[in-house]
Design a protein around this ligand. Structure first.
Ligand code: G6P
Length: 606
């Protein structure tokens, strides 16, 4: 959620830190700060608000020095103020931290009794004081001593003017990697922060620590024993993390979908056999046949695609499937055993609740499969097998292209499970051929974006929206409502269309826009009755449908057409106009689409 970057080398660190933080701002953006060793001592600069505020201050009064750490924050403990921004310093130690120190209150009390004074309300500040107190000649030893007292999660980077030429970093539950250059090294919570400098990275695992100087790096465990680590190469290009001429990342990512959908199925879909080849599953045919239940766990948008996956697997592979909010799953006593396939859906591969749910399922004997976008992320490294989405970096906080790729990956997985069981080649082929047509069909919808913009203009001042759909399109209604509330701050609810009668119908008046996701699938006629119910109460109906239909005449105020496909694949098409509707409404309300208030792209705290 927050972002960390650090640099040690021969160049000036300030601009490297700021440029790195810019790439991380999507992770958290309520305040930011850097600490740099200047040769004489350590200087810390922090500012409340977006990174631009800090950048402006540093332009006026720069800090020179070639060892530094930086942070962009998403508040957990304490309001977004300058004092609460990281780095936190105690005397001669500065720390940036992602995660939560759970026993910070007890540690703070102990440190206060020892005479330490605190200037922030954060959990992180105790780390700076603990390290300072433990310092006895070597920064890494002090960090080890401090971390041994700490309960909770962390990704940290530390510098000290007492041991000035190094950065010490450590990880437990919050992602961190070391970037390798020529006589210069980087630490970052996300590869985007350092991609312009290096593609060679070493991912730290939980319980590991990095010690970086301009002459080299080493990875240690928390007993100071050296660990040998492999170097990974990052294939993303810089262009992929730039806006590429679009006004916002979100719009760019919406428009990338014809390509990203294709990338998810490329080389995996064997259309003529109606089958999928999934090299990363790490499951034998016997194992795939042995499961008697599937549990899919996820959060947010990924949870919505999971709901679609549940319908796929139950309907086509005939395996009992449950979808669980990761945050709930981990705290109950779910029925999971060695006959369970646990599918974990996550764009980032770092969401704390999703990761914990996966670990829980693993512990209970389930096989775990990660449907993850970020290569090398924690979920991807800890699962038994998986399907990478290959959608490229998603920067906009509101997830768009990851959703459609998740649905595709779930369809691929379903083909695999179903064709091994009862699904015929013919049925498999029908689905596969329809999948292959999707990129072109999505392109067609995107070409009609200006129509959606007009609808956005009409409803930009609405204070409530209702999204309704049935069957495969009920999760799409949920996702449409989530997109709108995330970035436009308009209250929106998604509901199964018929369930509306049991509550939300009370909200409908002549001002209420109601979005129906009603393509011509098996439940179309049923949805038409629900549209009639809304119309009879004066609601304004915006209908996403798929062909001309006389029964809709006079019933709908705005119509958006998507091309026709097989029932199960409509979500990939019907979600596109809803993403665009949310986007245009937010832009017309003058809001920051890529960095909506209070949200973070990657939620690495519970
Ligand atoms: C946050 C993001 C959402 C995302 C959810 C799950 O809430 O703002 O866009 O859907 O986390 O993230 P994941 O990376 O696990 O898919």
């Amino acid at each position: 959620m927050c972002g960390i970057v650090g640099y040690v080398g021969h160049r000036d660190s300030q601009s490297i830190l700021i440029e790195g933080l810019k790439k991380l701002e999507y992770r958290g953006y309520d305040s930011a700060g850097i600490a740099v060793y200047t040769g004489k001592g350590m200087e810390v600069r922090k500012a409340k608000g977006r990174l631009a505020v800090l950048e402006g201050q540093l332009k006026e009064k720069p800090i020179a020095g070639s060892v530094g750490i930086g942070h962009t924050r998403w508040a957990t403990h304490g309001k977004p103020t300058e004092n609460n921004a990281h780095p936190h310093a105690s005397g001669k130690v500065a720390v940036v931290h992602n995660g939560i120190i759970e026993n910070y209150a007890a540690l703070r009390k102990m440190l206060k009794m020892q005479g330490h004074t605190f200037t922030s309300e954060t959990d992180t500040e105790v780390l700076a004081h603990l390290i300072e107190a433990a310092y006895d000649g070597k920064l890494e030893d002090a960090v080890i001593d401090a971390l041994n007292l700490v309960e909770g999660t962390y990704g940290i980077a530390v510098i000290s003017s007492k041991d000035p030429d190094k950065i010490v970093c450590a990880r437990k539950g919050s992602p961190l990697l070391i970037g390798l250059g020529e006589n210069e090294y980087y630490v970052a919570s996300d590869v985007a922060a350092i991609l312009q400098h290096t593609r060679q990275v070493v991912y730290l695992d939980d319980g590991e620590m990095g010690v970086l100087t301009k002459n080299g790096y080493e990875v240690l465990d928390l007993n100071a024993r050296r660990i040998k680590k492999g170097v990974s190469r990052i294939d993303w290009s810089l262009d992929e993390i730039e806006k590429g001429g679009y006004d916002h990342f979100m719009l760019k990512e919406i428009f990338e979908q014809p390509n990203t959908i294709f990338e998810t199925m490329r080389g995996r879909l064997v259309a003529e056999e109606g089958f999928s080849k999934l090299g990363g599953l790490n499951l034998s045919k016997e194992e795939l046949l042995s499961f008697d239940q599937v549990v899919i766990t996820a959060c947010g948008t990924s949870w919505h695609s999971a709901l679609i996956g549940e319908m796929y697997i139950e309907e086509l592979a005939r395996i009992r499937t449950e979808v669980e909010y990761a945050s709930e799953f981990r705290y109950r006593n779910p029925i999971v055993n060695d006959k369970t396939l646990c599918v974990v859906v996550s764009q980032s591969g770092e969401t704390a609740d999703t990761l914990a749910a996966m670990r829980e399922a693993k512990q209970r004997g389930a096989k775990t499969l990660g449907l993850v976008n970020v290569v090398g992320s924690t979920i991807a490294r800890e699962d038994h097998g998986g399907i990478y989405l290959h959608a490229g970096p998603e920067i906009g906080v509101a997830s768009t292209k990851a959703f459609t790729s998740q649905v595709i990956a779930l369809a691929l997985l379903t083909l695999k499970l179903a064709r091994l069981r009862t699904m015929s080649v013919l049925k498999g082929r029908e689905v596969a051929e329809a999948m292959l047509a999707l990129p072109q069909q999505v392109q067609q919808i995107l070409e009609g974006a200006s129509e959606i913009e007009k609808i956005a203009e009409r409803f930009k001042n609405a204070s409530n929206f209702l999204y309704l759909g049935r069957g495969y399109n009920f999760p799409v209604a949920l996702e449409g409502a989530l997109k709108l509330k995330e970035i436009s701050y308009i209250h929106a609810e998604g509901y199964p269309a018929a369930e509306m009668k049991h509550g939300p119908i009370a909200l409908i008046d002549e001002e209420m826009p109601v979005v129906f996701v009603a393509p011509h699938d098996a439940v179309f006629e049923k949805v038409v009755s629900n549209i009639q119910e809304v119309k009879a109460r004066g609601g304004k109906v915006i209908c996403i449908t798929s062909q001309e239909e006389p029964v809709l005449d006079g019933l709908i105020d705005f119509e958006l057409r998507v091309p026709q496909t097989v029932d199960m694949l409509y979500p990939v098409l019907t979600v596109i106009p809803l993403q665009l509707l949310a986007y245009y409404i937010a832009v017309k309300r003058g809001l920051n689409v890529d960095q909506p208030r209070n949200l973070a792209k990657s939620v690495t705290v519970e």
